[in-house]
Design a protein around this ligand. Sequence first.
Ligand code: FAD
Length: 274
Amino acid sequence: MTTLSFEFFPTKTEEGTEKLLTVRDELAAFNPEFFSVTYGAGGSTRDRTYAIVKAIQERGIAAAPHLACIGGSKAEIRGILDQYKELGIDRIVALRGDLPSGSGLGGSELRYANDLVEFIREETGDHFTLEVAAYPEMHPQATSFEKDLENFVRKVKAGADSAITQYFFNADSYFYFVERVQAMGVDIPIIPGIMPITNYSKLARFSDGCGAEIPRWIRKQLEAYGDDSDSIVKFGEEVVTDICRRLLDGGAPGLHFYTMNQSEASLAVWKNLV
Ligand code: FAD
């Protein structure tokens, strides 16, 4: 069975939240396994992440908060886990996170995602299904591709149940990553993270930051469209649908959409596939 999940980021205004709840309802019609909600490392969105998670969960749809350990203490993280348990949450996306540059480690007691996974298991046993992040094109700060694979395996062995990848536009990078970590003993599902293409400059900025490569042929085409956003959306839908089809045909167990709090682009791709 193909799993489907959608990712949101916490909104800043009441109006934004109202809009997001409409988006949630539109996406809920496609029976996703869960909606995940990002978390600002260092706790900057702690309350807003919680509020969105609560609003999703109250509609009877599973919500999976992201939780980043960098910049936080064990006591803070324990408090957040308690809050989520009380709310009936049973899935967490466990991350190291990125602090804004120049802010150092900010008193982190847990330095890497594997430390967080281990801590959550110690504190809460098997209560939470734990998702971790995977980087088919290598995490941008990794010292080497091989070391990054080892570090991924480390967090799986610490107790992760499933992984979601950073987005990518090259299906082979996903298949190669999966093959390599499976050969290292990993047998959890690795769900490709899918970024719909709707705006070239935003996508280029994002991709530079997170180390996702936009292949030259896609970049050149998007650049050539300039301000013609209809063409960008149409081309983006074709390209992303094609990648998803290849991923699913090649055995990917599901898809996780980075929705950017919008429903149209993710749904357009999903509808092409089902
Ligand atoms: P880790 O797995 O800890 O890896 C971080 C780096 O350290 C890698 O280079 C790795 O090779 C290395 N490493 C790992 N373990 C060790 C170790 N034990 N010893 C030495 N080196 C090690 N960021 C947010 O701030 N909030 C979010 O909500 C958020 N959601 C995300 C969701 C997904 C699906 C993905 C893919 C990313 C998300 N991110 C989020 C971004 C993520 O936090 C950053 O990419 C961050 O830099 C790494 O987090 P991680 O959990 O992958 O870290």
